[in-house]
Design a protein around this ligand. Structure first.
Ligand code: PMP
Length: 389
């Protein structure tokens, strides 16, 4: 019999299934919003990163339609070779204005922004210190860079200091890398303390504002603004696909950094420019983020309402977060899957998150500015009913 070099794929899938780690996407049959249609049923949606409810906002939809009608569906080339549009620069200037940085650069996704930024600014003779719970894109950026990477304990400034004391002197450049809001637990990094250490040990600091942009800070600039660190020399990365309701990613920082990335970042140079529709929708979203702070207020109100109901009324074991992301830990992957299915039967859409994404299986809950009190009430009651699982 001829050997089959692809036989390992079925074996690997079997292993994934046996561990209850098998994943497949769930079909959403409606526009994004606090309620979504799944398999014909309308469920309350706690499975979205659309924190401000902008992905279904008519102003973003109209901006995308107008840009498509004027400039077409695709940009047809990389930004350096025929794929550059004035809309891209407008968006980059709007992001730089929001973030109070000298400049910004838009990528085709947040994942690509992280890969490109990290792999360009550090290399084989350099050191990366990375929070253990950092997003996959930051971890893979570190691998792509070829740098020596040391993970420090999650949000543990003392461990980071120890790692710096032990390793910093052996390397040319050093980059500290962290999420600002961690995507699975919703907790915030200790940004001011990280900045202190970066200064003390002559390190660069890259902070991923994916879940913070539009959500934290008086003008929605993110955790950098929330912690009063605006104007500090750090590298901010993020996505256009969460609170900004579109698709794409960005790096914001000094004019020199952005100029350097335009000349070095492989995930920007060798990929097609962001579509006119995505660019125009994100540009509209940045304006709304700055002009409508009440959306952030409503989101904060929803976060407080959920915590009050979960902790004071029901003593539910959800994580205590000031961000819109909460986790409801469960004992294993099978239990998390069963809980998610049960929630769906009871009208709630909240995904099971399992290894290898996280070490502790859980239901991940994310809130939107346009959830209504009745939605949160139903969430708490339903979680209360499945809590003994
Ligand atoms: N960073 C973090 C912290 C994220 O959670 C995500 C998306 N899950 C990304 C980066 C990637 O962003 P995008 O979806 O735009 O690729």
């Amino acid at each position: 019999m001829t050997p089959n070099p692809y036989a390992w794929i079925d074996k690997s899938l079997d292993t994934i299934r046996r561990a209850d780690w098998y994943r497949s996407p769930q079909l959403i049959e409606s526009c994004p919003g606090p309620r979504v249609k799944l398999a014909g049923d309308w469920l309350i949606n706690f499975a979205t990163n659309d924190y401000l409810g902008l992905a279904g906002d008519d102003r973003l939809i109209q901006a995308a339609i107008a840009a498509t009608q004027e400039f077409g569906t695709g940009t047809t080339g990389s930004r350096l070779v025929g794929g550059h549009r004035d809309l891209h620069r407008q968006l980059e200037q709007a992001i730089a204005n929001l973030k109070q940085t000298e400049d910004a650069l838009v990528f085709s996704s947040g994942y690509l922004a992280n890969l490109g930024a990290i792999a360009s600014i550090v290399g084989q003779r350099d050191l990366i210190l990375s929070d253990k719970y950092n997003h996959s894109s930051l971890k893979n950026g570190a691998i792509l860079s070829g740098s020596q990477t040391v993970e420090y304990d999650h949000c543990n400034v003392e461990d980071l200091r120890t790692q710096l004391e032990q390793n910093r002197a052996s390397y040319r450049k050093c980059l500290i890398v962290t999420d600002s809001v961690f995507s699975m637990d919703g907790d915030l990094c200790p940004l001011p303390k990280l900045l202190d250490l970066a200064r003390q040990f002559n390190c660069m600091l890259l902070v991923d504002e994916a879940h913070a942009t539009g959500v934290f800070g008086a003008s929605g600039a993110g955790c950098v603004e929330h912690f009063g660190c605006t104007g500090e020399t750090l590298i901010q990365v993020g996505t256009l696909s969460k609170a900004l309701g579109s698709l794409g990613g960005y790096v914001a920082g000094s004019a020199a950094l952005i100029d350097f990335l335009r000349n070095r970042a492989p995930t920007w140079i060798y990929t097609t420019g962001l579509t006119p529709a995505d660019t125009a929708a994100a540009l509209e979203a940045v304006k709304i983020v700055q002009q409508e702070p009440d959306r952030r207020d409503r989101l904060q109100q929803n976060i407080e309402t959920l915590k009050y109901a979960a902790f004071n009324n029901c003593q539910l074991p959800i994580s205590n977060s000031i961000s819109p992301i909460f986790s409801f830990p469960l004992k294993d992957a099978a239990t998390a899957l069963a809980a998610s299915t049960k929630l769906k039967e009871m009208g709630i859409f909240a995904p099971a998150i399992r290894p290898p994404t996280v070490s502790v299986s859980r239901i991940r809950i994310s809130l939107m500015a346009n959830h209504e009190p009745a939605h949160l009430q139903q969430l708490v009651e339903t979680l209360g009913r499945i809590a003994p699982m």
